[in-house]
Design a protein around this ligand. Structure first.
Ligand SMILES: [Zn+2]
Length: 57
C-alpha cells in the first residue's frame, strides 16, 4: 500500500488527504518538491530568480 502524504501550505501540518487540509482547510502541496534538490548547485540561483520575480510584482 502506497501512502502519499501532503503538507499544508498554510499551517504546515501533514495529512493523508489530497483535496485540502483537515485542520485549517488550506491548500496542500508535496512536502518534497523535486525541483529544489540540495544536490542541484543551480537551485540557489533559481530560487533567487523566483524571489526577485516575486518582489517585482
Ligand atoms: Zn492547514
Amino acid at each position: 500500500m502506497k501512502i502519499k502524504m501532503l503538507k499544508c501550505k498554510s499551517c504546515g501540518e501533514y495529512t493523508l488527504r489530497s483535496d485540502k487540509c483537515p485542520y485549517c482547510g488550506g491548500a496542500l502541496r508535496s512536502p518534497h518538491p523535486a525541483r529544489f534538490s540540495p544536490d542541484d548547485k543551480y537551485s540557489k540561483y533559481r530560487l533567487k530568480l523566483i524571489l526577485s520575480e516575486k518582489t517585482q510584482e
